[in-house]
Design a protein around this ligand. Structure first.
Ligand code: S3P
Length: 166
């Protein structure tokens, strides 16, 4: 079986839905951000602050390529994984890419108290989310085999929605 790759903005439920999917299809669950943090030995937030976004994107690209070359899994990716065209090719080659889509308003509802995401540690995080959505929605659509609108259904409903598309 090929991997199932989840893409979407921060807060779209990639890790939560990914864990449920992994149980359902019997594949291991991998979170690329977690692998990056293991390699770094520190949090992504600290690395971002110290080295900047471009250094983070280089490492992210390397980790995604390594994971795509490894055994099949359910892979939750970081929200910016689609920014580089090379990553979009990597993710498509790894398996079925699923875009978990949620509106910026819904994402804000879920992330308003978040302190982990460096791109939201700005004066107007709600606007930052709207801008990220405008920039990335077309890229998620481009890379994904299908889209699941997450809205407010439960995790198990979302897992079923993904399963129905496979
Ligand atoms: C990022 C999203 C984060 C993480 C990093 C950058 C982004 O992952 O990779 O902070 O550019 O949107 P999540 O989507 O899991 O929050």
């Amino acid at each position: 079986m090929r991997s199932l790759v989840l893409v979407g903005l921060p807060g779209s439920g990639k890790s939560t839905v990914g864990r449920g999917l992994a149980r359902r299809v019997g594949l291991p669950f991998t979170d690329s951000d977690h692998v990056i943090e293991q390699r770094l030995g520190c949090s992504i937030r600290d690395f971002f602050a110290r080295e900047g976004e471009s250094a983070f994107r280089d490492l992210e690209q390397q980790v995604l390529a390594d994971l795509a070359a490894g055994p099949a899994c359910v892979l939750a990716t970081g929200g910016g994984s689609v920014l580089r065209p090379a990553n979009r090719d990597t993710l498509r080659a790894a398996g079925h890419v699923v875009y978990l889509r949620a509106s910026p308003e819904e994402l804000w509802r879920r992330l308003r108290n978040d302190t982990k995401r460096p791109l939201l540690q700005v004066a107007d995080p709600q606007k930052a989310l709207r801008d990220l959505f405008a920039q990335r929605d077309p890229l998620y659509r481009e890379v994904a085999e299908f889209i699941v609108d997450t809205g407010r259904p439960s995790v198990s409903t979302l897992v079923n929605m993904v399963m129905m598309q496979l």
